[in-house]
Design a protein around this ligand. Structure first.
Ligand code: ADP
Ligand code: MG
Length: 240
């Protein structure tokens, strides 16, 4: 579904991604782990062009999206992104947070979008919160709304950037459960997380990033039980 070829990203003169080559397959769950500052977020943001790569290419569903002629907005609509800090619209209630993008973009009657919004709310277990405002929700509820909002555009891929890192521990599980349900339905995902148990459980592939490169990759068994690189071993010894 997504091919990344020789991807480099510099911020000014600082290299942040140094030659990433990856193939994210349809229906596959890829989990990216690695120390803070290793480039995980930047890689995710390059995938949906929130950051412009310095060089290299990204092929999404057969289309070179790093080409100047690519329609960035159209491409972003096909990839849902969920951030650590939720990024809900504070002045919109829950249902409007979910409906905002589809109402602007989808050629569908508002009533159908509303119905779909209610379905998504029920899917993330928050049917009763339709009219509530983000400020009145817990962190876990906010993040579940953010996931529903991303799903409202019917994305083909979901990108999660540390979706539980800003949550109180008791709310981590409810968000991971929503993500696990999506995985059961076959959603293609790239997830950056520090939740190693979750990574091991849901990941088809684990990528370990260090200093702008993917230092090690493999199945959860390979990376967690038999890491090859000293850097991976050190990292895992700190987080497991
Ligand atoms: P991670 O998500 O693995 O913690 P990031 O991708 O956020 O890492 O950041 C990788 C490096 O790039 C860090 O050194 C960070 O300071 C730098 N960086 C990230 N975003 C920017 C930016 N917009 N401008 C300048 N430097 C940035
Ligand atoms: Mg990050």
């Amino acid at each position: 579904m997504i091919y990344v070829k020789d991807l480099y990203k510099n911020f000014g003169k600082t290299p942040v991604l140094s030659g990433i080559n990856q193939h994210f397959k349809k229906g596959e769950v890829t989990v990216i782990i690695g120390p803070s500052g290793s480039g995980k977020s930047t890689l995710l943001r390059c995938l949906n062009l929130l950051e412009a790569p310095t060089s290299g290419s990204i092929i999404f569903d057969g289309q070179n999206i790093t080409d100047k002629k690519a329609d960035i907005n159209k491409i972003r609509q096909r990839m849902g992104m969920v951030f650590q800090q939720f990024n809900l619209f504070p002045h919109n209630n829950v249902i409007n947070n979910i409906m905002l993008a589809p109402v602007h973009v989808k050629r569908m009657p508002q009533q159908d979008i509303y119905k779909r919004g209610l379905e998504l709310l029920s899917r993330v277990g928050l049917s009763s919160k339709e009219k509530d405002y983000p400020a009145s929700l817990s962190g876990g509820q906010k993040q579940r709304i953010a996931i529903a909002r991303a799903l409202a555009m019917d994305p083909e891929v979901m990108l999660f950037d540390e979706p539980t890192s800003a949550l109180d521990p008791e709310m981590v599980g409810e968000v991971l459960d929503v993500i696990k349900n999506l995985i059961k339905e076959g959603m293609t995902m790239v997830i950056v997380t520090h939740e190693m148990g979750f990574a091991r459980e849901v990941g088809d592939r684990i990528l370990f990033m260090d200093r702008g490169t993917i230092l090690e990759e493999g199945t959860p068994e390979e990376v967690f039980s038999n890491p090859k690189h000293q850097r991976t071993i050190e990292f895992l010894s700190k987080v497991l």
